[in-house]
Design a protein around this ligand. Structure first.
Ligand SMILES: [Fe+2]
Length: 191
């Protein structure tokens, strides 16, 4: 499903945004593993692979000073940052599978309705986005970020479990916990 222009876009994104280097591929791999555990069909697996690498593509439009800021963001900066799902959707709609563009648009919606940009709840959020949210959260916690050092894997697993039903879809978390117990979560390689 990926073509040359998509590959170039992904490379540019990883080169320009330090925090996304490597991250997008681990999110993609974990998302596909979660999708397999949820018995999604082959088409959705392919969509997950692509949405996994492209979920944060809208960040290309944001100020690098905000993306690389080591400390907490101001309210205004947070508002700008929160625009990235819609920016990514605008970039990809009409260019790729509409379900992949939708997965990008809704990847920060929370199961309990406290996410953004729309505050959708539960099953209103496309399953591909509910999966990417879990994969993204796990990898963001366990990799080095401009704003925080890498957190221990066990801590991240605990956080995901603790937030089942609030931030995350409990069914997706169940599959995630199964992968964790079987030691099948992607590991961040020390660089
Ligand atoms: Fe994001």
């Amino acid at each position: 499903m990926r073509d040359l222009s998509t590959d170039i876009l992904i490379q540019v994104m990883e080169d320009v945004i330090e925090d996304l280097h490597g991250h997008v591929h681990r999110v993609s791999d974990l998302a596909v593993n979660l999708g397999t555990g949820l018995d999604l069909d082959q088409d959705d697996q392919k969509r997950l692979a692509l949405a996994g690498v492209l979920h944060d593509v809208g960040k290309i439009h944001l100020d690098p000073g905000i993306l690389g800021k080591p400390g907490p963001l101001t309210e205004e900066e947070r508002e700008l940052m929160r625009r990235h799902p819609e920016l990514g959707f605008a970039m990809t709609r009409n260019r790729i599978d509409p379900k992949v563009a939708e997965a990008i648009l809704y990847h920060h919606e929370r199961y309990d309705g406290h996410g953004y940009p729309f505050g959708l709840t539960g099953q209103e959020i496309p399953i591909l986005s509910r999966i990417i949210l879990v994969a993204d959260a796990f990898d963001a916690m366990t990799s080095v970020r401009a704003y925080q050092p890498a957190l221990p894997v066990d801590y991240a697993i605990d956080e995901i479990r603790r937030n089942a039903g609030s931030q995350f879809d409990p069914e997706v978390v169940e599959v995630f916990m199964d992968l964790a117990e079987r030691d099948l979560l992607p590991q961040v390689l020390a660089s």
